[in-house]
Design a protein around this ligand. Structure first.
Ligand code: ATP
Length: 195
């Protein structure tokens, strides 16, 4: 039987990585797309493409500098599109390889912040959306990253709002309280296992 791909997403600070790790602790294979994208950024092939498309001002000591890259692409959407066109296909290829290592599993979780924005939800058999109230999410990110409220709101403005995401999701996990969210995860695992 074909392994099902369950996409898992949520806005900044919703706790999607925390929830993905909980699925993992229950024995479900979890792919954190952002972690893979970070690794791919430093491969020689990508470094060469970055030099060609962005020049040397996004490097520090010859290594891609994610802060510099973020500053550039945040202000210039056309540069973000270029960066995505370099990174996304490579993450896609890597994911395809990864999933072949998990044949025999009923389902895997693919966690990504931009599941809807990138259109990759269309490749999933079902989608889980992790939510929490905006003020809770802002506080979490301010604490985690040591950034101002305005910075968090700025980042949020680039993402779809929860209402739009919820309309395309099969399951919604309210992660205001972690213990309650974990119970919701267990329910979803049971449901997917019985499909
Ligand atoms: P990002 O989009 O920025 O990567 P995320 O949605 O993956 O964020 P996490 O990194 O999982 O979110 O969580 C954000 C912060 O909130 C972390 O410090 C995490 O430990 C904390 N956190 C996650 N869930 C809860 C919860 N239910 N209660 C309290 N803190 C939580």
């Amino acid at each position: 039987m074909k392994t099902k791909i369950i996409g898992l997403t949520g806005g900044i600070g919703s706790g999607k990585t925390t929830i993905a790790r909980y699925f993992e602790s229950l024995g479900i294979p979890v792919y954190i797309a952002d972690d893979e994208a970070k690794k791919i950024l430093y491969t020689p092939e990508v470094v060469a493409e970055l030099v060609e498309k962005f020049g040397n001002n996004i490097f520090t000591d010859g290594i891609p500098d994610r802060t510099k890259i973020a500053e550039i692409v945040f202000k210039q959407p056309e540069k973000l599109a270029v960066l995505n066109s370099i990174i996304h296909p490579k993450v896609g290829e890597h994911f395809k390889k990864w999933i072949t290592e998990n044949t025999g599993k009923l389902f895997v979780i693919k966690e990504t912040a931009i599941l809807f924005e990138s259109g990759s939800y269309k490749d999933c058999d079902a989608v889980i959306l992790v939510t929490a109230p905006i003020e809770v999410r802002v506080d979490r990110v301010m604490q985690r990253d040591g950034v101002t409220k305005d910075k968090v709101l700025e980042r949020m403005a680039n993402q779809w709002d929860d209402e739009k995401k919820a309309a395309l999701s099969n399951y919604i996990i309210d992660n205001t309280d972690l213990e309650s969210a974990k119970k919701q995860v267990v329910k979803i695992v049971k449901l997917v296992n019985s499909l």
